[in-house]
Design a binder for this molecule. Structure first.
Ligand code: APR
Ligand code: PHB
Length: 389
């Protein structure tokens, strides 16, 4: 088999790239290790930067998102009983859209089906060969048969645990990592959201986050110990701890109910450099991870896709390789700024096991500065709504 671009991984990065390229007449094959049901069953984040929304529109996949997504003009940072509202609208005249990653992935698969894009699910042993030559190819097996696809380029969109990053020789690859000493326990419930806007709360007992998917579906999180298991947390235990970490005025109006999903995710900052090796390009979680505090995971994937899409269109339409040559540098320049923001939000809003009294006073002062300074709020708003591509 031959295609122009093999896309390893059928998560949001791979699917969005495939859809954008299809609109330019560029042929792709998506190889996904899991089943479609598995990919669509994952509950992930749901805050989209304006840049992501524009890419979905450019890919022709925005119809349901534009209809069902919620425009948010601000967010709230709570500290103890105090609430600081950051008005994106007043500060920078921009907004974000709340639309679940699960829904978005659904829309991207439907769009790929509609245009007859080839997707192989349950692809085993995907291996990228000769990425540093002019004739790369990818092998995999499915239903017990070995397959080979020859291609012009490979997009490594296979997430943090994928094989694409490992394909870059260890001597060329440099990885930067910070692991945080806690995780997030998330719960999804069919209850009305306690806050109209996403609310981040720092309390003496640690961090809590109020988010939502729609008017009757809430997504909530609490900071938990890395050693905690989901089974350690009954729904009742979650609700009791969650309420204690919210300002009383918010906790008092909390509506609780049975969970329909509960999971624990560790928090990590990670960047792999470079993001290109020969004809292989890394995108999204395959190349970098942010802690979820700034809602940037999906959004950093989108900026990679933006740069790679334009570079690939340039090379296929004009033969010019300038975009491809700049891909890694361009993507990383934005990634590192977003890494900094996610790391800063994480430090600002969590309780760390080793925090001293001094550290706590600094944290408190930083939140007070944010409350009192329009400039500080503007910096937060610019980063939260999304830096330019
Ligand atoms: N071969 C083929 N597919 C693979 C392989 C492999 N060896 N390893 C992983 N995959 C698939 C995974 O099953 C998954 O469906 O690659 C996909 C990667 O998807 P994501 O992990 O969702 O990563 P990405 O598409 O970059 O999405 C960006 O932003 O909100 C964050 O982490 C969140 O998923 C989100 C990400
Ligand atoms: C979510 O809705 O799941 C969500 C929102 C904001 C975050 C992280 C996750 O910072």
């Amino acid at each position: 088999m031959r295609t122009q671009i093999v896309i390893v991984g059928g998560g949001p990065s791979g699917l969005l790239l495939g859809q954008l390229l299809h609109r330019k007449g560029i042929d792709t094959v998506v190889l996904e290790r899991q089943s479609r049901a598995h990919v669509l069953g994952r509950i992930r984040a749901g805050v989209l930067e304006a840049g992501f929304v524009n890419l979905m529109r450019e890919a022709g996949v925005a119809e349901r998102m534009d209809r069902e997504g919620f425009v948010h003009h601000g967010t709230i940072l709570a500290h103890g009983e105090e609430q600081i509202r950051i008005s994106f609208e007043d500060l920078i005249g921009r907004h974000v859209v709340v639309y679940g990653q699960t829904e978005l992935t659904h829309d991207l698969y439907d769009a790929r089906d509609a245009v007859g894009g080839k997707t192989v699910f349950n692809a085993e042993g995907v291996t990228i060969h000769d990425a540093d030559s002019d004739a790369p190819y990818v092998t995999y097996s499915s239903d017990g048969t070995e397959h080979r696809i020859d291609c012009d380029y490979v997009a490594g969109c296979d997430g943090f645990h994928g094989i694409s990053r490992q394909t870059i020789p260890a001597g060329i690859r440099k990885e930067y990592e910070q692991v945080y000493p806690f995780g997030w326990l998330g719960l999804l419930s069919e209850t009305p959201p306690v806050s109209d806007e996403v609310l981040y709360s720092l309390s003496d007992r640690g961090f809590a986050l109020c988010s939502m998917r729609n008017a009757t579906l809430s997504r909530y999180y609490i900071q938990c110990a890395l050693s905690d298991k989901v089974t350690d947390w009954s729904d009742d235990a979650f609700w009791a701890e969650f309420r204690r970490r919210l300002p009383r005025a918010v906790g008092d109006r909390l509506v609780t109910g049975p969970s329909i999903e509960k999971s624990i995710a560790p928090l990590r900052s990670f960047v792999c450099e470079p993001m290109r090796w020969g004809r292989l390009f890394l995108c999204g979680d395959a190349a970098h991870i942010v802690p979820p505090t700034g809602a940037k995971g999906l959004n950093t994937a989108a900026s990679d896709i933006h740069y790679l899409y334009h570079a690939l269109v340039q090379v296929f339409e004009t033969g010019e390789i300038e975009g491809i040559d700049r891909y890694s540098e361009q993507a990383l320049a934005r990634i590192w700024k977003t890494q900094r923001f996610s790391w800063w939000m994480t430090k600002l809003l969590h309780r760390f096991p080793e925090q001293t009294e001094f550290d706590l006073r600094i944290q408190r002062a930083e939140l007070a500065f944010l409350r009192d300074s329009r400039d500080a709020q503007t910096v937060l708003a610019q980063n939260y709504v999304g830096l330019p591509y």
